[in-house]
Write a protein that binds this ligand. Structure first.
Ligand code: 5GP
Ligand code: ZN
Length: 114
């Protein structure tokens, strides 16, 4: 989708600090990090939110989750602990409507989130 920021990152039209990639997903650093590790993991194809990504099937959501764990291990936070968040809908704070998993780690994370 030409007017989607994350589609433009996938296409390379908008620069991003990529840290990992699979056939169907990429991971790049959040521009406004909320933790020492704050990486966004997204499907390369456009799905507006978690529901659409889950409905895609074919193991795509698994691939996103597995890539998040792989990046957590690469970043050295898989043992200390990390959080994977998919904000879904306006009240949850979703601002980019291309499904993305936030990978957060490297500091204690409060629960419940705000
Ligand atoms: P949401 O609020 O939709 O769950 O998360 C969107 C995330 O995208 C935010 O954490 C925001 O900082 C990040 N973001 C917004 N614009 C850009 C950008 O141009 N590049 C990168 N790397 N991250 C972005
Ligand atoms: Zn998109």
């Amino acid at each position: 989708m030409a007017d989607c920021l994350f589609c433009r990152i996938v296409a390379g039209d908008v620069p991003a600090q990529r840290v990992a990639e699979t056939a169907r997903a990429i991971a790049f650093r959040d521009i406004n990090p909320q933790a020492p590790t704050h990486v966004l993991v997204i499907p390369k194809d456009h799905y507006p939110d978690l529901a659409a990504l889950a409905a895609a099937g074919g193991g795509l959501l698994d691939e996103v989750a597995a890539l998040a764990h792989e990046v957590a291990a690469d970043e050295g936070v898989s043992e200390t602990g990390y959080r994977v968040v998919l904000n879904t809908g306006p009240q949850a704070g979703q601002t980019v409507f291309h499904a993305h998993a936030h990978l957060l780690g490297g500091r204690p994370l409060a629960w419940p989130p705000g």
